[in-house]
Design a protein around this ligand. Structure first.
Ligand SMILES: C[S@@+](CC[C@H](N)C(=O)[O-])C[C@H]1O[C@@H](n2cnc3c(N)ncnc32)[C@H](O)[C@@H]1O
Length: 395
């Protein structure tokens, strides 16, 4: 979106047009565009409104119904924090007694909206002019908060009177590629971390791939997943980490939230042992946080291999942070043997999971050439160092 398109959309006619469009349907856009142009609507406005309509439809995944009243840039939507996660960020500040939070990198306003909705007054800074304008529209329901088009690193935080600081540095290059090195974030992670000298209640959203060695010793690092996708790691300092430094995983699945936290004295080392009657696949947030041993303890389980994040147990116990399977068979990996085993079970529909093996699932599926009516899950992995296949069914 260019500034001219935004101006057009924000005119009374433009806004009315956008909000009068039917629910987005790719197949109908050409027809709608033609009709509007025939009615004399400016072609630029038609294009801008249809683009926003498409982004709003996509934005529902992160913002639910709120997306229908928001504006987006493609990059801003891509990078935005989903509302359920932004609300968790906000809760940390509210619980710490903060009332006025600077969001240094507000983007289109995902976090700033969620925090404002929780009653926090937010000073939302954004260095990109168009993105700041979009955030201003999205924040219009929160008059206590303010969006400012500014380089946040030049803000005088003391003069602004903020008692909490949040940052979600940009982790993409101009061409959209992800940056993994925290020094290459904008603003760079170290510059943001230094702000805790001024405002101890600092929170920073970073990429979930951040190496454990790069975690500051005084941070609570929390990996967050939403319905199985790991979406971020958050670094929380001072009063925002009331249980002190360490690592944790927050697993959000549907309406349930489960936290796994390393106890103060460190993470236990998981036992390793033979595949039992059940197999459990830990959530990605638990794996990234390095807390698989804690999840294993919960189901009285052990690892199938010291280097692989699959847990096995002899008795049935489930955990909200693992997906559990009943083990039907375990065999060394071999195409013929696997095909025979699956055909004997009448399996036609196969879910292939793999970890720690080079097998390409789609290639294997073709080679297996299964046609039965039955269903099964196979897990291709290493067990005690050797390539094995576990045939399983979800519990
Ligand atoms: C990952 S996005 C933030 C997304 C936001 N948390 C949300 O939920 O919508 C990072 C944003 O920071 C902005 N940014 C980068 N450096 C900045 C700076 N020094 N001051 C203000 N904004 C900055 C970028 O333009 C980008 O829009």
């Amino acid at each position: 979106m260019d500034p001219a398109a935004l101006t057009q959309l924000l005119s009374p006619d433009g806004w009315a047009l956008l909000n009068a469009l039917p629910p987005y349907d790719e197949r109908l856009t050409m027809r709608i565009a033609e009709r509007l142009r025939e009615e004399g609507v400016d072609a630029g406005l038609v294009a801008a409104a249809l683009t926003q309509s498409r982004l709003r439809a996509r934005g529902r995944a992160k913002f639910d119904d709120f997306a229908d009243g928001m504006l987006f840039t493609p990059a801003g939507l891509e990078q935005a924090t989903r509302l359920v996660v932004g609300a968790r960020h906000g809760r940390r500040y509210a619980d710490a007694g903060c009332t006025h939070v600077a969001d240094l990198t507000c983007g289109i306003g995902g976090d700033a909206m969620a925090m404002s909705a929780m009653g926090l007054r937010v000073l939302a800074a954004e260095v990109d002019e168009l993105t700041a304008a979009v955030a201003t529209v999205n924040m219009r329901h929160f008059p206590e908060s303010q969006v400012r088009h500014v380089d946040a690193m030049a803000l005088d935080l003391a003069a602004e009177g903020v008692d909490g600081v949040f940052a979600d540095p940009a982790r993409r290059t101009a061409s959209g590629r992800r940056r993994h090195d925290p020094a290459a974030y904008t603003p760079p992670l170290d510059d943001v971390l230094a702000l805790r000298e001024q405002v101890p209640a600092l929170g920073v959203k970073v990429g979930p791939g951040i190496p454990h060695a790069a975690l500051p010793e005084d941070a609570e690092a929390q990996w967050v997943s939403v319905d199985g996708d790991v979406v971020e790691a958050g670094l929380w300092f001072g009063p925002l980490a009331p249980e002190g430094p360490g690592r944790s995983a927050l697993v959000l699945r549907g309406s349930t939230a489960t936290t796994v936290r390393a106890p103060g004295d460190g993470v236990p080392v998981a036992d390793v042992g033979p595949v039992g009657a059940y197999l459990h696949e830990p959530d990605g947030a638990v794996i990234r946080s390095g807390l698989v041993a804690l999840a294993a303890e919960e189901v009285r389980g052990r690892l199938i291999d010291s280097t692989i994040a699959y847990v096995t147990s002899d008795t049935l116990a489930t955990s909200p942070v693992m997906t559990s399977y009943r083990v039907l068979d375990v065999m060394p990996f071999g195409l013929k043997r696997l095909r025979t085993a699956l055909r004997e079970r009448g399996v036609g529909r196969l879910t292939i999971k793999k970890r720690g093996t080079a097998v390409v699932p789609e290639q294997l599926r073709k080679q297996l050439d299964l046609r039965g009516e039955g269903e099964a899950t196979i897990v291709l992995t290493r067990v005690a160092g050797s390539q094995q296949v576990i045939v399983a069914e979800p519990v």
